[in-house]
Design a binder for this molecule. Structure first.
Ligand code: SF4
Length: 258
């Protein structure tokens, strides 16, 4: 399965259950998924070997394109609830990510001061102080934690290089609770091995990590679209609700998007 790539820097807006009317910003190439992970459920498909130099949009291009769309929607008196950094890979990979967030904060103040700025990130680059301080400035700093054990983290997220789950948890702890955790639950097979982050032992280990990270809230969701790994499947909403109950018992706010 080839996956779906956004074909522009700015996309949408789309109506999102999580974020309302969400205008997307893609800091990655439009013809190539560029990420530090290769999640088995990634809607962009599997990572491909780059066959040419990867060109990212410049800070100026992004600012100009975002301002054009915000200005037009402001003139048309249309709503924007969230300016959302997502797209074809990991947004914090962009070398000017911090400056782009500053530009977005300024544009938001001019056109849609009530809109929230959201970043969806896999947290793999939170060893960079500029990335940390940029994520501290946004309203919704939504970071991925899909596993409670190292083997499940490697199987589901397939990080580049030698990144470990413990390193990710250490990065998440740098936010001192100023973050939202998002977790996708799934079952199935990958690389001929069973994968299931919903078993009692996996969920117990993941809950222990939540206790360490102390997020403001937790978002739980299942697979919603076609996945590059064909042998994984959607967890039903009853099981997601049962996991959510355990999160609540720890005192965290939790939302299920099933
Ligand atoms: S972190 Fe996001 S963009 Fe990267 S592989 Fe995983 S799902 Fe895809």
């Amino acid at each position: 399965m080839g996956g779906f790539l956004f074909d522009d820097i700015i996309f949408g807006p789309v109506k999102s259950r999580r974020l309302g009317v969400s205008l997307g910003v893609n800091l990655l190439p439009t013809d190539y998924k560029f990420c530090t992970f290769d999640c088995i459920y990634c809607e962009c498909g599997w990572s491909q070997k780059a066959t040419k130099k990867i060109d990212l949009p410049t800070r100026e291009e992004i600012k100009t394109r975002l301002e054009t769309v915000l200005k037009q929607r402001y003139r048309d008196q249309q709503v924007i609830d969230s300016i959302t950094f997502a797209g074809n890979g990991e947004p914090t990979i962009h070398p000017e990510f911090a400056a782009i967030i500053d530009d977005t904060i300024a544009l938001r103040a001019t056109y849609f001061p009530q809109a929230l700025i959201t970043v969806l990130s896999n947290a793999s680059l939170v060893n960079n102080n500029q990335v940390i301080s940029a994520l501290q400035k946004v309203d919704k700093n939504i970071l991925k934690l899909d596993a409670g054990t190292e083997s499940t983290f490697q199987a589901i997220n397939q990080p580049n290089g030698k990144l470990t789950l413990q390193q990710v948890v250490d990065y998440l702890k740098k936010f001192e609770g100023n973050l939202i955790i998002q977790t996708l639950f799934l079952k199935g097979y990958g690389q001929h091995k069973g994968i299931d982050n919903t078993t009692d032992s996996e969920v117990a280990a993941w809950l222990e990590l939540l206790k360490e990270v102390k997020p403001k809230s937790v978002m739980i969701y299942p697979i919603e679209r076609e996945t590059p790994e064909a042998s994984i499947y959607k967890v039903d909403s009853i099981q997601l609700d049962q996991i959510a109950e355990q999160v609540k018992m720890l005192g965290f706010t939790v939302e299920v998007f099933g």
